[in-house]
Design a protein around this ligand. Structure first.
Ligand code: XMP
Length: 514
């Protein structure tokens, strides 16, 4: 890659991905590395040290690797990153008597190239704080509870901020990151959709040379953009395969075929693997086991297809950066869910993988899709998880339960569309619903229908607002809309006598139920 890069060393903060997204929004390339990554993996123009849950005094607290400080490159430590910098360079960190969470006002007290305006609101979230800056550092800003809210060694270009410039609640945070990246590290904003396309095309060509590539399409934005990129890169060497795994939504197989014919150019092979998937999932109720089985079955189906079509050594997937980070393939963070296309892959896979979106965030994928000229309906399609309805059908997956779920989901989403809440992009809608669906619970409850006692299943409706799907809030949908959907579901879906609405945010819940 020809871009000046910033390296973000992850000390375990929940906000590490957010730092990367903010920097990428500035059109500057950056990557996240675990704090103890091997130095040869990284060749940046500067380092950002993330926050983290530990105290520098904890046993086994992560420390700044020697090569960072030896490099002479600019460093920005955020929260724990600032404390670790202080500890490493001979300053003093103290456990703060008063913890500081939420909004604070900082006052800039020394001229510096990082912070900008004299007084600004920032978001704090810390216990420990700096008591004495390391030699060579001066205090740049203070808040009422953090006398050293920012510090810097202007000579060596090393900075620390106690607050979080990466969160929306620090309105000037993006400018602070821009000053660090551009003015201090000397990068330039060259990470544009055009440059991403150019580099991806070159990289696909150089990876696969003259060989054939199978591309796994799902109809979603990620696999469509990956396919469009590959089509541009290698044209006829590409064969697109769509697998009907029996876990699709109502009418989805036809929709994908139509969308593909309309906009993606290459041929599409549709494989009917419903019996294989449902057979492999029979009796399985554990969410992680479902994901692993689905990941493996996908690969086996693609292998069989590749063998049928002749020599195809490469499989292309639409894996994106959050899939990689969230599946914790670096082995550092907790695994929340094994994304079927990362953590769910079997070890003895016959293909080499081509993953042109592996380092892109969703908004970057969409920007690339738009630049490639894909239709808005495709680029702004709601996400649908790779394991499909399996992770929305809690408990055992049977054709009958799937069909109840499919109908309920269709009723809910069509009511949303009719009411104008689920268009692809809805600038004037009162609520921007990022994702909405039904899930079938493995709970039965008593009801009464037409004077008869019923003892049937429960549907939960989930609709969320979200910027990036990393965090989400439940959508405040109008009561009458929810009422209409619930009423139709109990009347039209055999086997369901109760509908509930999920009012949990992420965190602490996740968007999907499994
Ligand atoms: P969670 O449930 O983790 O979901 O809050 C965040 C977003 O990711 C989607 N999702 C997946 N997408 N493969 C995918 O391609 C998966 O295994 C997977 N699991 C969750 C989910 O629909 C939401 O948009």
């Amino acid at each position: 890659m020809n871009h000046a890069t910033l390296a973000i060393l992850d000390f375990g903060s929940q906000y590490t991905q957010l730092i990367a997204r903010r920097v990428r929004e500035l059109q500057i390339y950056c990557e996240i590395f675990p704090w103890d990554a091997a130095p040869q993996a990284i060749q940046p123009k500067g380092y950002i040290l993330s926050g983290g849950p530990t105290s520098v005094y904890d046993q086994d607290a992560p420390t700044i690797p020697g090569f960072v400080l030896d490099s002479g490159l600019p460093v920005l430590g955020i929260c724990y990153g600032m404390q670790a910098l202080t500890q490493a360079l001979g300053g003093k960190v103290a456990s703060s008597r008063a913890r500081e969470y939420g909004l604070a006002q900082i006052n800039v007290i020394a001229d510096n190239p990082l912070l900008g305006s004299q007084s600004q609101p920032v978001w704090m979230s810390h216990g420990d704080r700096i008591e004495t800056p390391p030699p060579g550092f001066i205090i740049l800003a203070s808040s009422s509870n953090s006398p050293i809210a920012a510090m810097g060694d202007l000579q060596q270009q090393r900075y620390g901020v106690q607050f979080h410039p990466e969160v929306h609640h620090t309105p000037g945070g993006k400018d602070i990151l821009r000053r660090f990246a551009v003015d201090i590290c000397g990068t330039s904003p060259d990470w544009t959709p055009e440059s991403i396309i150019q580099e991806s095309v070159a990289s696909i060509r150089s990876q696969v040379q003259g060989a054939r590539v199978l591309t796994a399409v799902s109809g979603g934005v990620d696999s469509s953009v990956a396919t469009a990129l590959a089509h541009r890169a290698i044209g006829k060497q590409l064969t697109a395969v769509f697998v009907d795994n029996g876990l699709l939504r109502k009418g989805e197989r036809q929709q994908v075929k139509k969308a593909f014919r309309g906009s993606l150019g290459s041929n599409l092979i549709v494989v009917d693997a419903v019996d294989t998937f449902l057979g492999n999932l029979r009796g399985v109720t554990d969410p992680e086991q479902k994901r692993r089985i689905i990941g493996e079955t996908f690969i086996r189906v693609f292998e069989a297809e590749a063998n049928r079509l002749g020599e195809i050594p490469f499989l292309m997937q639409g894996t994106i950066y959050p899939d990689v980070v969230e599946s914790a393939s670096s082995g550092k963070a907790h695994t929340i869910k094994s994304h079927h296309n990362v953590g769910g892959l079997p070890e003895d896979i016959q293909f080499s993988l081509v993953e042109p979106l592996r380092y892109l965030f969703k908004d970057e994928v969409r920007a690339v899709g738009e630049t490639l000229g894909l239709p808005e309906s495709l680029v702004w399609r709601q996400p649908f998880p790779g394991p499909g309805l399996a992770v929305r059908c809690l408990g055992e997956i049977t054709p009958e339960r799937l069909s109840w779920l499919r109908t309920a989901d269709h009723i809910f989403t069509s009511e949303l569309v009719t009411a104008g809440y689920l268009h692809n992009r809805q600038p004037n809608a009162p609520i921007q619903v990022a994702q909405a669906f039904a899930a079938l619970l493995n709970v039965r409850s008593v009801g009464v229908m037409g004077d008869q006692r019923t003892y049937q299943q429960t549907i939960v409706l989930r609709a969320v607002t979200s910027e990036d799907f990393m965090t989400a809030d439940w959508a405040r949908l109008p009561d009458d809309l929810l009422g209409r959907a619930a009423n139709r579901i109990v009347n039209e879906v055999e086997g369901v006598n109760r509908v509930v609405y999920d009012i949990t945010s992420k965190p602490p819940a996740t968007i999907e139920w499994e």
